[in-house]
Design a protein around this ligand. Structure first.
Ligand code: 5GP
Ligand code: ZN
Length: 117
């Protein structure tokens, strides 16, 4: 069923505490933790606790939780004292998505090029 934990999903395992992560923020509906392969001085992933394959699917199915992810992305940026930062939702393997559980990347602490690669 949509939103149910998936046995083969890395981020569902992080939500369940079965895979360790450096958690920086948690809410009833979300978890934020440091990316294992950071691409910037601050690189935090904000994920919904429920499983949806990408951000748009999450927003279509559970819009309030999609809003929670965005709220927490902003709170992470504030905690990290970032006045400029980027929120990225890679969607599809061609765009670099490798984990098919919706997640926001919060990137900052260095200059960020526009347009992105
Ligand atoms: P994507 O490529 O799907 O947009 O983002 C997945 C992110 O998850 C990547 O930036 C990758 O470094 C990160 N990642 C992959 N495995 C782990 C892990 O076991 N722990 C943590 N904290 N991050 C991970
Ligand atoms: Zn999942």
């Amino acid at each position: 069923m949509a939103g149910e934990p998936q046995a083969d999903c890395l981020f569902c395992k992080i939500v369940a505490g079965e895979v360790p992560a450096t958690v920086v923020r948690e809410s009833e509906t979300t978890v934020a933790f440091r990316d294992i392969n950071p691409q910037a001085p601050t690189h935090v992933l904000v994920i919904p606790k429920v499983h949806h394959p990408d951000a748009a699917s999450l927003a279509a199915a559970e819009p309030a939780i999609a809003a929670d992810v965005l709220r927490d992305a902003g709170e992470v940026a504030a905690d990290e004292k970032l006045d400029s930062y980027r929120i990225v939702f890679n969607t599809g393997s061609g765009a670099g998505q490798t984990v098919f559980h919706a997640h926001a990347h919060v990137l900052g602490g260095r200059g960020l090029q526009w347009p992105p690669g």
